[in-house]
Design a protein around this ligand. Structure first.
Ligand code: KIV
Ligand code: NA
Length: 272
């Protein structure tokens, strides 16, 4: 049995070789990604990517737990991190602990992630003191879309200090890594230099200690919109579209099923 990476090992890779992270929501995708990744994030982006919501806000704790279980079943060596969904942790450290403990005990994942900086520092401290490794997430935090008024770049100009303060606060509070989303590259580099735990960039900088993408984005499976920070490493959406069109044409022409796909009336003879 392969030993799974731990939050402690991930934290200790600060400043060493880049951490490879992807989201995963299902067992088959966990199987495909596990060997290549240090971290598999069961992101609440599944609300948009898997369930078709127009934001991450409707995602529930129960959904996160189901998908966390699926990703754990499909992976062996990557650290699995499960997002705490909107509404499950913001009220205070106790609420966050209850949600995180349920995620940890019901999925077996090695850590949780939550959004927020200075405002979440006390919560991060509370969780880490009680045995729950926390990955933080600052910059553009999609659960705050209504407060931001959209998904625009955060931390430009005078707003840089706030993002810096948020990252520093989460690292000091005991986060083992910090996701930096959609901030200027120079700011991501300064934060990476400033804090003593790994930064994981998404729309941040090549200088971060690691990178993460939404797996359906990089595979070309999720095509509703395409952020600038997404590089398409595959066009699986196009491939799927062609496969499905071929199937439909074959059914309409009665080319499928073929003789090799159907059953005879007689049971096969016993071997030997
Ligand atoms: O939900 C998610 O996929 C995330 C990553 C983009 C960091 O939070
Ligand atoms: Na998320």
């Amino acid at each position: 049995k392969i030993k799974r990476q731990t939050a402690v090992e991930i934290r200790n890779r600060k400043g060493s070789d880049p951490l490879v992270c992807l989201t995963a929501y299902t067992t088959p995708v966990a199987r495909l990604t596990d060997a290549h990744c240090d971290v598999l994030l069961v992101g609440d982006s599944l609300g948009m990517v898997v369930y078709g919501f127009d934001s991450t806000l409707p995602v529930t704790l129960d959904m996160m737990i189901r998908h966390g279980q699926a990703v754990m079943r499909g992976s062996q060596q990557a650290l699995v991190v499960v997002d705490l969904p909107f509404g499950s942790y913001e009220a205070g450290p106790q609420a966050a602990f209850d949600a995180a403990a349920q995620v940890m005990s019901e999925t077996g994942a090695g850590a949780v992630k939550l959004e927020g900086g200075v405002a979440m520092a006390r919560t991060i401290e509370f969780l880490t003191a009680r045995g729950i490794p926390v990955m933080a997430h600052v910059g553009l935090t999609p659960q705050a879309v209504n407060a931001f008024g959209g998904y625009s770049v955060q931390g430009r100009g005078a707003a840089a200090q706030k993002v810096m303060d948020d990252a520093v606060a989460t690292a000091r509070a005991g986060a083992f890594a910090v996701v930096l989303e959609k901030i200027p590259a120079v700011l991501a580099d300064r934060i990476t230099e400033e804090i003593n735990v790994p930064t994981i960039g998404i729309g941040a900088s090549a200088g971060c200690d690691g990178q993460i993408l939404v797996v359906d984005d990089m595979l070309g499976l999720f095509t509703d919109f395409r952020p600038k920070f997404v590089q398409r490493y595959g066009e699986l959406g196009e491939a799927a579209d062609k496969a499905i069109a071929d199937y439909a044409a074959d059914v309409r022409a009665r080319r499928f099923p073929g003789p090799e796909h159907v059953f005879g009336d007689e049971a096969p003879k016993p071997k030997g």
